[in-house]
Ligand binder design. Sequence first.
Ligand code: MCN
Length: 794
Amino acid sequence: MGASDFANLPHIGEAYKRKEDYRFITGSGQYTADVVLDRQAHAVFVRSPHAHANIKSVDATAALAMPGVISVFSGKDIDGKMGGLPCGWLINNPDGTPMKEPPHPILAIGKVRYVGDQVAMVVAETQEQARNAAEAVQVDYEPLPALVKVSDAAAKKGGVTLHDAAPDNQCYKWVLGDKAAVDAAFASAAHVTKLDLVNNRLVPNAIEPRVAVASFSRATDEYVLYVANQNPHVERLLMTAFVLGLPEHKVRVIAPDVGGGFGSKIFLYAEDVALTWASKQINRNIKWVADRSESFLTDAHGRDHVSHAEMAMDKDGKFLALRVHTDANLGAYLSTFSTAVPTILYATLLAGQYLTPQIYVEVDAWFTNTAPVDAYRGAGRPEATYLLERLVTRCAWEMKLGQDEIRKRNFITQFPYQTPVALQYDTGDFHAAMDKAKTLAEVDGFAARKAESEKKGKLRGIGYSSYIEACGIAPSNIAGALGARAGLFECGEIRVHPTGSVTVFTGSHSHGQGHETTFAQVVAARLGIPVENVDVVHGDTGRVPFGMGTYGSRSISVGGAAIMKALDKIETKAKKIAAHLMEASDADIEFAGGEFSVKGTDKKIPFGQVALTAYVPHNYPLDKLEPGLNETAFYDPTNFTFPGGTYICEVEVDASTGEVKVDKFTAVDDFGTIINPMIVEGQVQGGIVQGIGQALLENCVYDSETGQLLTGSFMDYAMPRARDFPQFKLDTVCTPCTHNPLGTKGCGEAGAIGSPPAVINAVLDALAPLGIKDIDMPVTPNRVWEALHGAGKA
Ligand code: MCN
């Protein structure tokens, strides 16, 4: 079935209420912390209070003597018995040498490298006993100077070395594009606009902290790990193949209901491995629940880039070339996908929506004494969009053009479009999104609204951002060629039951995205059955054949496409059964609206009758067809999907306090065919809130000398709340993806990608009359006030 036929099926584009919400809003969700096993013990981790220190000794004698304590494990207990945590993406330096990949031990061996690094695991009968005993573990540290800021690492300040394998703390240098061509374009440019910017470090803060329960059965020699994770099969693969050296089928990973991930639960974390391994050592089931402080310290953080960007233009503001240098902070160790974020997921998006003939990017990635940095909603693409959209707005101002005009002058209009930074966009209509956004945002009335604000003594500004992102991650061949150590296809199984109801098994994982509803819509649409007759199973390596999980807004476009492929197989087989039942040839059977019919006749039978026949071998052609109606398919995308859109933000700034109020926010996105507009709207709203949170409030700050996390709780790390936002105005345009069978493009990250530059451009537009040209995220009242003060206006 083609994507355009699919888009016209019933159930597609309908705003079904989420099937899963009943259990969530009635408190019946089953999260990992709800799992209570027989003989369950509790683990607590002893963590480093130092950013950088040698471990001279770990003495657990006192802890072991405390009530309820079962065991204490430290680095020496695991040394040589298992591998370290693997990095899933290998990046090469320009000379072809591989990146530095220092060991990432499950429990620290010899040294700690960030505050929160796990040193020992205490297991006791109760969590309280484990917590008390953890405090009694004596660790003798020899503190070392810490390297904290990525700019200090890049400047090679302080003579600190984190890992012997990377003496100057550099993990890799990565370049993309034609430097000579870019330099030549700059030499001939009429105007060059330059910008330095910082993309602030963020803490993911899912509502449910990380949690795991591990069990080992002596009877079957099998492990089961319940874990709050976005991709249980990948967790199992990495843990068995790279760390524990176990046969994969001996470990079952179950990620039940998961209370948000936003990228931070994609990764294999040390705690999951330690628990699994220890469950066999002590023959006990073990649970660990992170507290919020541990989450702040040890969940992989996001962003943390320092960049310099330059755009060369002709006299009309047409882009000739873009040159970018970025220093990326990877933290103390390589997290699972960390190396891909500032490279493949960042630099390849720097063409944005624009026809910039030449682009050259250099990325230097550094180790520092901070928590590992990895994918966080958008993963590289927010960083690219922020840099480019800030730069484009500055270009507009320097060229005396409107923010909309400079974008429109440079928009790509012909598709497919091969960018100079590797990606090929298949489709899009950037002008349509811009025009719709301008109408919805009522930009014509901006001048009047600005005048009204000025009457109240307030400043008002408007900011634009036109983003594009690559999602549906990822074509395995492209990912493999770019360093991925595994293919990024997806698997789907359709099991049609004798009554005609269906269970879908998908390798995608839903942790808030509503797959149980949208995937059911897809299957119901194809088979012509009610959505209620389709159940979706995910998150269990024991039930789902295989899967690569959820990240990079890939689930509907890759996981959904695998389901479509399995449905193709179901349809082919079901037609044969229908042909048998109606005594026709297979080639004459048509299937539509849940009915099989014989071409040119009025003979028809419903889907349910075919399903039943598949399981009732009475008069069934067993010599030609196997019983059952159950098919599995793997789908590997041929390209990324490229959602894009234009966001327009209007802010009011109180010059006396520095407070920024987002007064209007408009987003027009292109997600291709939309399965469920209500779910998509929710995804966009959530993303925008996260993006505005980064722009206005959120900032992960370490003390630059000691490496202590200064924003380690919600008292110091400001999360956005409903009252911080106006009602968003949302709309879409639609250019269906040309290469997946649904025509969908991912929507899960768009809001977080497009919104930060729209906000900051608006703030700078408001502050421009005061001569303020630059400000970094987050634009807290204090930061704005300081800018105003510096400008002598407060
Ligand atoms: N959808 C649709 N039509 C489209 C595109 C998507 O109806 N054209 C639907 C999908 O069927 C799915 C939802 O929208 O129900 C999101 O789909 P998709 O864009 O494929 O993204 P994923 O399901 O792969 O989700 C991943 C994405 C990412 S990468 C992050 S980070 C993120 C996000 O989703 N984390 C989230 N949204 C989140 N939402 C919640 N509540 N919690 C998180 O942790």
